[in-house]
Structure formats: structure tokens, C-alpha cells
Design a protein around this ligand. Structure first.
Ligand code: ZN
Ligand code: ZN
Length: 131
């Protein structure tokens, strides 16, 4: 079975994921922009029983634009988010695609919060769009 490792920048906090992600998506919401420091976030989801977590994390919970809560785990040393959980999706963890440092990672199939998308950002032609 394929196994992939997501890691923070300094490497002390990582998550090993078994198999392929159940969903890969992109989010343009302002909270994701501020969390990542980028103009959109790309994330992959796995069932929580298919991931193994290693290292120390700091926890922070925020309420998103839609009112849902998300709990983030990030490295206390370098600050990189390695995974997060969303209240409305129990049993699932989401990981920033960039944490895998793998340009061959499966592409996103959903693009959400496009109302917040920067005008210059172009999504792939076959992606599903949601406002
Ligand atoms: Zn780190
Ligand atoms: Zn978002």
C-alpha cells in the first residue's frame, strides 16, 4: 500500500498516511489564506485510522467563515500546520498538501469558497467549483 509522510518545516512533527487520500481540495476562504500565508489552501483528507502521528504539536481551534470549527495541529518549533480536524467531519483528518513536499501528489478535485479567490488565480479546467 502507498504510504505518504507529511512533515512540518523542521521535521520533528509528522504524519504518515496509508493509501490514497479520500479527497483533495482547494479552499480560497480568508481564514485559510491567513493560516497558510498563501492565497489559497490545498488539503488532502484521510480516515483518521489510516494515519500515524509522530512528534509534538500545538493545538489551536478557530471558527470558520461558515461558522464551523476547525482544530489545527502545528509544530511548536517551526509553526507549520501538519494536520487539522473539522467538527462537521468526525473520523477524518485533513493535511496541507504542501506538507507532503511532493509535486506528484494527486491533484485537487474541488475548489471551494471561490467568492474569495484572488482574481489572478487559475484553477485546473476539470475541477469542481463551489462558491
Ligand atoms: Zn517543525
Ligand atoms: Zn478555507
Amino acid at each position: 500500500m502507498t504510504s505518504r509522510r507529511a512533515s512540518c518545516s523542521c521535521g520533528q512533527f509528522s504524519v504518515v498516511c496509508q493509501g490514497d487520500p479520500v479527497l483533495v481540495s482547494v479552499c480560497h476562504c480568508l481564514a485559510c489564506q491567513q493560516r497558510t500565508g498563501s492565497v489559497f489552501a490545498a488539503q488532502a483528507r484521510w480516515a483518521s485510522e489510516r494515519v500515524h502521528i509522530e512528534g509534538r504539536a500545538t493545538v489551536w481551534t478557530r471558527t470558520g467563515e461558515s461558522g464551523g470549527k476547525a482544530t489545527f495541529r502545528f509544530c511548536p518549533t517551526c509553526g507549520a500546520t501538519v494536520y487539522y480536524e473539522i467538527d462537521g467531519m468526525p473520523g477524518v483528518i485533513a493535511l496541507p498538501v504542501g506538507a507532503f513536499a511532493d509535486p506528484g501528489f494527486p491533484p485537487p478535485v474541488f475548489s471551494v469558497y471561490e467568492a474569495r479567490k484572488h482574481a489572478w488565480v487559475r484553477m485546473p479546467e476539470n475541477i469542481e467549483h463551489m462558491d
